[in-house]
Write a protein that binds this ligand. Sequence first.
Ligand code: AMP
Ligand code: ZN
Length: 675
Amino acid sequence: MTPQRRHAELVHSIEAHNYRYYVLDDPSVTDAEFDTLMVELKALEKEHPELVTPDSPSQRVGGEARANVTKIKREYRMMSLDNAYSAADMGEFHRRVTEGLRDGDVPTFAIEPKLDGASIEVVYEGGRMVQATTRGDGVTGEDITPNVRTIRGVPSRIKHDKKLTLRGEVVIYRKDLDALNADRIAAGLEPFANPRNAAAGAVRMLDPREVAQRPLRVIFYQAVEGPEAKPTHVETLNWLADLGLPTHRRETVTPWEGVMDAIAAIDHARKTYPYETDGAVVKVDSYRQQDALGSTSKFPKWAIAYKFPAEQAVTTVRDIIVQVGRTGALTPVAIMDPVELAGTTVSRASLHNGEQIRLLDVHVGDRVFIQKAGEIIPQVLGVESRAREAGSAHFKMPTHCPECGTAVVMRLREEGKPELGAEATTRCPNRQCPAQVRGRILFFASRSAMAIDHLGDSLVDQLVGKELVKDVADLYDLDVEQVAGLERMGKKSAENVVKSVGASRDRTLDRLLCGLGIPQIGQVAARQLAQELVTLEGTLALSEEEAREKVSGIHGFGPKMVDSVIDFLKNEDERKLMKKLLDRHVGQPQPREVVATEGPLVGKSFCVTGVLTRKREDVHALLRAAGGTIFDSVKKGTTYLVAGDKTGKTKLDQAKKFGVQVISEEEMDKLLAGT
Ligand code: AMP
Ligand code: ZN
């Protein structure tokens, strides 16, 4: 087969998998099988650079950062939607529509969820995605084509040659945001308050490589140019879906009487949708009728957005405390009377920073509105009634750390931008601050890092309070007697603590790097980093240039991440700590994860379980070397479950459920031998 043919084949199947994963939400291959195809594509493109086009799936990791923003003037103005908040507002909309149409020309209405993200326009020409822009002021938007190319659910090619201009919403699914936020917290970054903020910020970033790291999706809700042959909006959406473009649920209702019920049904079901929905959009379905109705300078007259009321609650602020986190950030938190909000009981809400408290003018004793932004972190929206005691003082951010008394450092995130002033941060600069030390130790010991059992909150409090532990390396010097001398610690529990700390020496470099809490580096990035750096000793021996060269070559590492790693590796305190860990023999070399592209098991995935005649790690290594991929659980798409003695029932049930073939160790050996 010619390289051209194979290239076309690979592009086709990779895009088909992207479609199943990101548009249908129904993957047909494992991540590993997908990776194998990507590896082959990249190898082929390396050999034949002339085959690389901007729309190749290999380019979805994002190209060079832009130096500045290019504005693009669009042909069709991108409008906003008129809003309705009540049945009466909707009745008014219906009246205006009826009046705008000839007598007896009864409209059918299309009803769809209103997606809460950022709107964009995407243009296809000759079957290829050629341009994407933000809404901007409606007429002029920012060119974000390289960013949208990184979004895997947006097909780079479609089977339609004529020009097609589409409008859609960039969103982040709730489950993806949870994962993204967990990673950000692990990397010491602020979690996003809601999917909209995360999506809207991402589409406009200057560096597409960073955009590629955000789990963005686009859902198209309108075609403004191209679908001439289709008489209605919904038929157009169906046609777009047939072309492989992501669309969302829609239904039609005639006459008007069913519209409010359809809206109520969306309100009722929206908690089960994968994306945030803040309302329902009602549109006149027929293009002929839409044209007859026309638009105002701001909105089309044939559509309206019905906004659902946000879930809010009112409660009383009893106290405002300041918490100091692992990174030294000071966060004011309102302690409130417990109240029910969106299905959970809430008694704390973040007040973000001093600026926010000043703007809201919140005092202890006030009754406040709280809201779950994107149903994640409760926040104080405003004051409902002021019940403060006469002369009660304004809350002020402390000038000194409440934990260690060190003078704090205040920083505005961006100089000269007052609207961003609300994001000012206050930090305790003292590395030895007990709150930070505690936070770092708990983080180091956490599941996603060194996974040290028996190191709970109260134990760590005591260890730090009694100055038995000043940094994470000191953990390895603890002896049973010291630990047994602490409150609520018997000899047995002390032994357990010392034993689990000792056992954590065997963790590989990825966990150690994750546990050190390098800013910007979460669990996944730490693993990639460890693949490059291999050992702690080797890492410490690198010059800055060598380190930079290694780190900047890592797939998906943008400049911010690279700088953060380099700063960390240069930092004297961090180096001292790493040496101290090295002296205590903490951390094992990172095993190489070679993706074998040849061998009898390429494209096959395995889960190995039960008692085998060999060590499980050794079996994994054999399978990997033959091109196989290993999972630690049985999932949909896993090829084989290798079942040793005493295989658990859960694993077997999973295998049955997903139609995974169960084989013995001998059968596995035959596969390995290629027979
Ligand atoms: P607003 O920004 O509140 O004026 O609402 C208008 C915006 O809602 C549009 O610009 C779109 O980005 C967005 N939107 C979300 N879902 C839809 C939908 N189903 N149909 C049309 N617009 C939508
Ligand atoms: Zn402090």
